[in-house]
Design a protein around this ligand. Sequence first.
Ligand SMILES: Nc1ncnc2c1ncn2[C@@H]1O[C@H](COP(=O)(O)OP(=O)(O)OP(=O)(O)O)[C@@H](O)[C@H]1O
Length: 201
Amino acid sequence: MLKLDLHRKSFAGHTVLEDVHLEIKAGDRIAVFGPSGVGKTTLLRIIAGLDKRFVGTREAPDEIALMFQNPTLLEWRTTKENLQIFHPNAEETDIQEALSQVGLQDKADHFPRQLSVGQQRRLALARCFLTPTPLVLLDEPFASLDQNLRQEMLALTRAFLDKTGSALVLVTHARDEAEALGAETYELRNVTQTGAEVAAL
Ligand SMILES: Nc1ncnc2c1ncn2[C@@H]1O[C@H](COP(=O)(O)OP(=O)(O)OP(=O)(O)O)[C@@H](O)[C@H]1O
């Protein structure tokens, strides 16, 4: 489903990633760890197809859902519109179900600024999963959340993944998140002064 053979990724002549090989089958879940600056977000952007400037090959599904640490909601759109814009073909019942699943059924007409931080995060999660995609990429979506909200978001993410059967690539610094989502762990580590590789732990 996803096959990445990345020989080299450089920024302005500086190599960030080298010899990263990933193969992910339908429904697989992996969590990518590694020190700050090692290239985790860069790798995720390449997997997503957002960055095509690398040496190597990539086979990936056309439909990929992405979620970053920042919820990136449209401030001038309501909760419901934030879902509709990204999922124009979604049925009304699917939208209502997604809102209910994240506890926002009464907030459909609120704007993001009228939502709590937790509600904004839950809306971003609902948006990520509303139309099932074969692959979901999450870049530290639970970082900087308090413990209760983090646990709540993890449980919701797991429920969405179980429901949609999407494969997952999660970038994180927290081992318990991989465990909570049933994800196999991979370490992205520096192998030379300039490169990094992915190795199964
Ligand atoms: N657009 C860019 N232009 C130049 N250098 C970049 C660019 N994006 C990332 N880098 C560099 O590539 C390296 C890897 O960055 P990346 O954000 O992928 O690391 P990361 O492992 O996700 O870090 P963190 O855990 O801190 O989020 C860093 O040295 C960064 O400065």
